[in-house]
Design a protein around this ligand. Sequence first.
Ligand code: COA
Length: 259
Amino acid sequence: MDFNNILTDLQDGILTITINRPDKLNALNTPTISELKVAFKEVYDNDAIRGVIVTGSGTKAFVAGADISEFTSLSVEQGAVLSASGHILFDMIEACPKPVVAAVNGFSLGGGNELAMSCHIRVASDNAKFGQPEVKLGLIPGYGATQRLVQLIGKGKALEYLMTADMMTAEQAEKLGMVNYVTTPDHLMVKAHEVLNKILVQSPMAISAIIRSVNAYFTDGVNGYKVEIEEFGKCFGTEDFKEGTSAFMEKRKASFTGK
Ligand code: COA
């Protein structure tokens, strides 16, 4: 994969995607969003990729937001188009059938925080700062934070952070359930790999079914319980299920193929 704004590195089934605009604190401009879409299409299509870690280049920022310099001349219609285009990417990440972990290594603001929230799990370094400062610009979040922040930390605290533009520390973010783990900057990628590897030894078929079932809870017009029933039933037709149950009966470790 050949990109200008992101770096990709595939090792042992884990694709690390690094947003790589450190002089702009990894702000998400339109080309970066487009490249992320291409990278995630590859994640969906390439069987060699079993899980993903998303992080930012440098030590200061994960992603400091959408690129504000692109906003200045937008019309009402163009603003909506920009937002819709971002939503396609973040929905794609949230619905990714393979686990996606955000390794948040500094400022996680605006569209950057929305990127982190679209990932399945977040691990943060203790210098990370999280926030949705759009109201300072006379804007609201356009890549999903009015929904996903509520899902992660609840309505009261979400409204507070969305309306005050206050940043949360990593410690506050962990307390609120915004991030799964906080660790030191040096240990961040180790911790992200540790969490992801714990998932990758499980059945990939079951992991995808978990992602679909949990996402169903938040999908309008969809009954999550019904989705769970269907997904549970489908598991019985997989090789992973046969392997998992045989391994249990034979008192050995399961070796899943993801089929
Ligand atoms: N869009 C575009 N450029 C951005 C950016 C963004 N969201 N965030 C940072 N940058 C750029 C700055 O303009 C600056 O570029 P320059 O050196 O060419 O002037 C560079 O990144 C470094 O940022 P700077 O502001 O000098 O760093 P700082 O340490 O003083 O402050 C922040 C860090 C994160 C507090 C500050 O950059 C900021 O408030 N960024 C915007 C956050 C935001 O509102 N995000 C939501 C957007 S919808």
